[in-house]
Design a protein around this ligand. Sequence first.
Ligand SMILES: Cc1ncc(COP(=O)(O)O)c(C=O)c1O
Length: 428
Amino acid sequence: MSQSTELFSRAQRVIPGGVNSPVRAFRAVGGTPRFIARASGAYLYDEDKVKYIDYVGSWGPMILGHAHPDVVFAIQDAAARGTSYGAPTALEVTFAEAITALYPSIEMVRAVSSGTEATMSAIRAARGYTGRDVIIKFEGCYHGHADFLLVKAGSGAATFGVPDSAGVPAKAAENTLTLPFNDKSALLRAFEARGTAIAAVIVEPVVGNMGCVAPHDGFLEAIVEVCKRNGAVSIFDEVMTGCRVAKSGMQGRVGIKPDMTCLGKIIGGGMPLAAYGGRRSIMETVAPLGPVYQAGTLSGNPIAVSAALATIKHLDDSLYEKLERLGAQIEAGLNAAIADAKIEACVQRVGSMFTLFMTRGPVNNWEDAKRSDTALFGRFHQGMLARGHYFPPAQFEAAFISGAHTEDDIANTVIAAREVLHSLRAAI
Ligand SMILES: Cc1ncc(COP(=O)(O)O)c(C=O)c1O
């Protein structure tokens, strides 16, 4: 029996589903999750000493690759000075200055420990600032697991939210309005109908959580603009896209300024660190300056902030040029393999985040994404894993490339994908 199989059976006795976050259980693709023993650069090594080229990157944070020496040094160095003080540090000030420099829309920023806390707190601030309750989110966008954000849309017309998860009271979700992503007219209609009640619109500016879906030209601008006209707060959830699709996130890439931004993943350098921030007038409502309460024992933790600063130092133009080049290489290689195998699939990519959807594209929203053949994706995943290529274990996720990947890594992955897609075709 493999070490992973043995560990998984032990794990299932004491951890729900054997995992500390559901997607890790491989239920969407089948097979046994690999238990990872260590990681270095672009590679993961499991407990059975099998090596994988990693396209998950801890679900986004590892833009420099695993165990980057500067990040490891920063963590060790900080740990030797104490792991947590519960008091302000110089590091936190440097971190806040670095974030406000990278993101001109962020005039003030508060550090928290997870993306979930960042979005939950940003929405609390937006509600406190506007004195309104209703929020708009888009179908297929994931903003962490706060009660009022775990809401899926009714189809077609805008509908008020029904909770997506057991344990979420209907009341917690009833102020969440869910609209189709990329549907500007639905957004404008919602504001015509409810404009004075809407506190905020939250969006993944490139969606990663239904697979990689880019916004149509003008969609993000429309969100910012309609919020401004109606006194609502636009919130870009750049937990995934921040420092990923460009150093200054999607807002930097397209040149727009939302009222608020949520960050996580990369800005934590692989440690539990996230942040929310935005216009000074909104952030001044947050305690102790204002009446919106938000706090955290480990917020701005010195080890996490040290890892963050070491990571941010390496986010230069040459990194993003390399990521774009490798991204284009995998997109072209996978598309050619799909065409040769005559499989109904498409690749969608923005910079170094991408998804191979098992449906003919383009995928513009959740309705399109849902058409994917998830069973076929599961077999693709298993075939790739067996050949040493670790893709996200679910169709509706984005894959990531890091600065540690090489052209040879990508070329090897494309060769493997070609083999797997051909074998899937033969079996259809
Ligand atoms: C866009 C987005 N927002 C928020 C979150 C929640 O972050 P966390 O898992 O750190 O709570 C995620 C997590 O994947 C995310 O992708």
